[in-house]
Design a protein around this ligand. Structure first.
Ligand code: PLP
Length: 424
């Protein structure tokens, strides 16, 4: 069980919104609210320790560096990694781009022989899935265009589950990268990571996991998952915006060429050439957002303190209330698995389509009731196309979401078909 008074940790949750209604925040899949420990960590950094990290000889610089590296250790411990396997990036999107661009740079000869194993060319293949957020699709399309490699993808069924029947035909000796999401941001489905990783390893392909919707909501251990790279965003895990991280196996990170070039990431620079630091420094050129990094460390400690198994159990419970409620409303379709048995692999969200009503209109009715949800395609056009719709309405939970929040969503959603005169 999560602490009964947990909501008191989140100052924003006490505010009222449209029509003076109390806020029901069900948009945590887009960005989560922040507990006071995260806000305090950032403020304390600026008020008491602010300095440039890693390059000063004075006390403040030493303290700032300790906080900066301490946060790295905390985020690493949170996902079962070593500190030097965590690279700071702007967000999860930047983390995935770091890997894809690094491979593109290797293919262009940057990084020399040390980076040769990341080179791609015509005849090579990159495999993704039909359920990917654009952040884990577009960078691979670009890499394919840059290198002449071919992009392939695992299809999904009517519920959004990856179809694994043709896995061995899709992921073959030609496959160099298998990139897939851990949890879908539309259906909430947890991917069959073990099956995919085993197949990738059997053919020698690198695995890139999009952990954006899993790391904030369930226990994630990169060693147990046995993946090569994983992307995450702080703002979805109760941390600040503007910061995220890439996990990578150390020996791979030490060989992958950077894609942002500049100071701080280098060993020796001459007018002709440059040698880079080892990971993670080689990827952290330029000044880093230290306060946000410190905030991300605080968020990881806060979630770790709650216990991720407890977090997952809570969010599954909330999602079950929302999903069961949606199933009772005529004219409203749930995207993803339906029913107890099928919903086993789904975590904290319910994404719906109201027949005959545009998602923006659904969102407006909910907003009038003080309920904040996400509407549109959620940066996932291919999956919506697969479901035969252009957009949907997503209610997503986090640690602070209550049963009352879930019921308020169902109650307001049930009024939508009649409001727009489309009830059957
Ligand atoms: N991957 C998934 C599954 C997501 O849900 C998101 C954000 O919605 C992203 C990647 C991109 O995250 P960010 O915008 O923080 O880079």
């Amino acid at each position: 069980m999560l602490p009964a008074n947990l909501r008191e940790d989140f100052p924003l949750l006490t505010r009222t919104v449209r029509n003076g209604k109390p806020l029901v925040y069900l948009d945590s899949g887009a960005t989560a609210q922040k507990p006071r420990v995260v806000l305090d960590a950032e403020r304390d950094f600026y008020e008491a320790h602010n300095a440039a990290v890693q390059r000063g000889a004075h006390l403040l610089a030493e303290e700032a560096t300790e906080l900066f590296e301490g946060a790295r250790a905390d985020v690493a411990a949170f996902v079962g990694a070593q500190a030097e396997e965590i690279v700071w990036t702007e967000n999860a999107t930047a983390a995935i781009n770091l890997v894809a661009s690094g491979m593109g740079n290797a293919s262009a000869g940057i990084g020399g022989d040390e980076s040769a194993r990341f080179r791609l060319g015509p005849g090579d293949e990159i495999c993704v899935t039909e359920t990917e957020h654009h952040a884990n699709l577009v960078p691979w399309q670009a890499l394919a265009t840059r290198t002449g490699a071919t992009l392939r993808w695992l299809p999904v069924d009517d519920e959004g589950r990856m179809i694994l029947d043709d896995l061995d035909q899709l992921v073959t000796e030609r496959t160099r990268v298998l990139a897939f999401t851990h949890v879908s941001n539309v259906t909430g489905l947890i991917s069959p990571v073990q099956t995919l990783v085993e197949r990738a390893k059997a053919v020698g392909a690198f695995t890139v996991l999009d952990g954006c919707q899993s790391v904030p909501h369930l226990p994630v251990d990169v060693r147990a998952l046995d993946i090569d790279f994983m992307a995450m965003s702080a703002h979805k895990m109760l941390g600040p915006t503007g910061i995220g991280a890439l996990y990578g196996r150390k020996e791979l990170l030490d060989a992958l060429p950077p894609s942002i070039f500049g100071g701080g990431a280098v060993k020796v620079v001459t007018m002709e050439e440059t040698s880079w630091q080892e990971a993670p420094m080689r990827f952290e050129a330029g000044s880093q957002p230290v306060a946000q990094i410190v905030g991300m460390g605080a968020a990881a400690r806060y979630l770790g303190g709650l216990g991720m198994a407890e977090v997952e159990a809570h969010e599954r419970h909330i999602a079950a209330i929302m999903r069961e409620g949606v199933a009772q409303i005529p004219g409203v379709r749930l995207l993803g698995p339906i029913g107890d048995e099928n919903a086993r692999d789904v975590i904290g969200l319910a994404t719906v389509v109201v027949d005959g009503v545009h998602p923006h209109d659904v969102g407006q009715v909910l907003d009038d009731a003080g309920i904040a949800v996400r509407v549109g395609h959620h940066c996932n056009q291919p999956l919506h196309r697969r479901f035969g719709v252009t957009g949907s309405t997503r209610a997503s939970a986090h640690v602070y979401t209550t049963e009352d929040d879930a019921r308020a969503f169902i109650e307001a959603l049930a009024t939508v078909p009649a409001f727009f005169g489309v009830s059957s």
